[in-house]
Design a protein around this ligand. Structure first.
Ligand code: FAD
Ligand code: DLZ
Length: 510
């Protein structure tokens, strides 16, 4: 065998990859903390620390398993990017062959293809052995169809992988329990205290700061909370299925000020770094459901399975079908700057104040906070999706472009004009009031549409529909909203539009 260098990226920490089955003294693994990766957007300090900690633990595990590893910490890395680092390492150590796993991100995919062209040794890329579907599967599945529907893809995944199936039919006769995933959290509902770790990442944080990397958010360097290896990720999975799964589905869309993750799994970081595989997460959850069917109803398990084999795989398929064009789509031609308080949480709107402050504190917000609070507001306010993408790509521990951009530009901003979703996810304050405990603690009045202290969501909602009537008016799923708008009469309409204009002009002081 030729003397081989194998690259492992920070989100390729797959302990079960076939590469690692046996140690081979002809093979050396390269892992590197790279300036370009730490600065391609302004990341949360917990995100960079989390990736570096998990990478270091993975490298230590490889060494224990008898593999040869070159691990380059950020402050010892003289190369800005993988594009210059890899050829330099090949030359320095006289490697005769280069191998890497398919990157999940288009940018790095292009970069590593360029590396292959620039080096004089043979090279090969291999599967990361993580996803249930392959990069091109979704495009092939929808070939010739105008719209990509998550539900049809999800059903196909259930059938293909025989997940909760009875022959060709879903095990209970019904595919989707989405309608049962929308309960408001009762005030006295007990919520399990999130399982958190207390890693000491003081050295990593000092190094990041010493290298002049700009970051956002907060960190307690002596008690970094996120799982950092496979063992801890499996513990979090166990914690989730035992304590949270029984209530996962019903409170999936609920929002409260009294907790930051409710019954959500917080497994996205472990899965996105590949410390856990999606199929093992799904199988473990199904095993728990089967053992406790009285307690864990079908709506809970189906809701969870759908997120992973449905939405997660669907988003990845869209990413590879539509990149690189996807990254510049701006269907509504929105150009407004992101309000300054997205970086500080300093706004009088309780829903945004809480969701953003929680994101800065934990590098985490659950799906509905991302979609219906920060995403919804940005869409109503006409924020440029480029700026919003940078924000989402930086702030969350789990943010990697393949799943961030499809959710942000696609699901949340409808900037793709309807590839991911069939209509924009926008709402007025009534949704927020129905699903959260925010409105009762807010400076603004959720019932008021105009006048002093009127909740900005109300007038901005109608302003959004009004200004985009040419683009949305013919959408059959929205027709009713335009009929309500037209019935309002011009005086009411003008009041709403004037109120919204006032808010748009004073965005930074809301
Ligand atoms: P749970 O609620 O416990 O769900 C279980 C798992 O299902 C998640 O871990 C995740 O792997 C998967 N999942 C759920 N919803 C989605 C979805 N819409 N797309 C893909 N997978 C999903 N997810 C990321 O992993 N990285 C991102 O950068 C990201 N950015 C987002 C940006 C916006 C604007 C929106 C609306 C959503 C984004 N999501 C992203 C999807 C979702 O919000 C997160 O996956 C979820 O909040 C992670 O928390 P959890 O692990 O507790 O999820
Ligand atoms: C997110 C991230 C960060 C912050 N730093 C590194 C790094 O220094 N080295 C590395 O190999 N990977 C890092 N990552 C993850 C990569 O950005 C990720 O591999 C790509 O986005 C591909 O999905």
């Amino acid at each position: 065998m030729a003397k081989t260098l194998r690259l492992i990226l920070g989100d390729q920490l797959n302990y079960n990859h076939s590469w690692f089955e046996t140690a081979n003294d002809k093979v050396t693994y390269l892992m590197a903390e790279v300036h370009e990766e730490a600065t391609y957007t302004k990341h949360h300090i917990q995100k960079i620390s989390g990736f570096f900690l998990a990478m270091r633990k993975f490298s230590a595990w490889l060494t224990e398993e008898g593999h040869q590893v070159i691990y380059i910490p950020l402050n010892e890395n003289k190369h800005e990017s993988f594009e210059s680092l890899v050829p330099a390492i090949i030359e320095k150590h006289n490697f005769e062959r280069f191998e890497y796993q398919f990157p999940d991100e288009y940018r790095l995919d292009e970069q590593l293809k360029q590396v292959e062209k620039n080096i004089s040794v043979d090279s090969k890329s291999v599967d990361s052995e993580h996803f249930l579907s392959e990069r091109g599967d979704l495009e092939a599945f929808f070939k010739g169809k105008k719209q990509y529907l998550m539900e049809s893809f999800y059903r196909d995944m259930r059938k293909k992988h025989n997940i909760m199936m009875n022959g060709k039919e879903p095990v209970t006769g019904k595919w989707n329990y989405d309608g049962e995933n929308r309960k408001k959290l009762p005030k006295n509902q007990s919520i399990p205290k999130p399982l958190s770790y207390k890693h000491d990442v003081t050295d990593i944080v000092t190094m990041i700061n010493g290298e002049g990397i700009e970051t956002i958010g907060e960190i307690h360097p002596k008690r970094f909370i996120w799982p950092a290896n496979r063992k801890e990720s499996l513990e979090l999975l166990t914690f989730f299925v035992e304590k949270c799964l029984p209530d996962f589905g019903k409170f999936q869309d609920a929002m409260t000020t009294s907790d930051w993750s409710l019954f959500h799994s917080r497994l996205s970081f472990s899965m996105n770094t590949k410390m856990l595989s999606p199929i093992e997460v799904v199988e473990r959850a199904i095993e728990e459901w089967k053992a406790r069917e009285e307690e864990i109803t079908i709506a809970q398990i189906e809701g969870f399975v759908r997120q992973i084999i449905g939405w997660r795989e669907f988003m990845r398929g869209i990413y590879w079908a539509k990149m690189p064009e996807f990254a510049s789509m701006n269907f509504f031609e929105h150009e407004n700057p992101l309000p300054e308080w997205y970086w500080t949480g300093d706004t009088k709107m309780k829903c945004l104040n809480h969701s953003i402050n929680q994101s800065l504190e934990y590098a985490y917000a659950h799906h509905i906070q991302r979609l219906m609070v920060t995403g919804n507001f940005a869409l109503l306010a006409g924020v440029n999706p480029d700026e919003l993408d940078q924000w989402y790509l930086g702030i969350y521990i789990d943010a990697l472009e393949w799943v961030e951009i499809t959710n942000t530009r696609g699901m949340s901003q409808f900037a793709d004009g309807g590839i991911v979703g069939t209509k924009p996810y926008v709402s007025s304050a009534s949704y927020m009031h129905k699903m959260s405990h925010y409105c009762s603690q807010c400076h603004y009045d959720h019932k008021k549409k105009t006048g002093e202290n009127a909740c900005p969501f109300n007038s901005l909602y109608w302003h959004f529909y009004h200004r985009h009537q040419d683009k949305l008016g013919k959408n059959p799923r929205i027709g009713m909203m335009y009929r309500i708008w037209e019935k309002m009469g011009s005086e009411k309409q003008n009041d709403l539009l004037n109120q919204a204009e006032k808010y748009l002009e004073n965005m930074n002081s809301l």
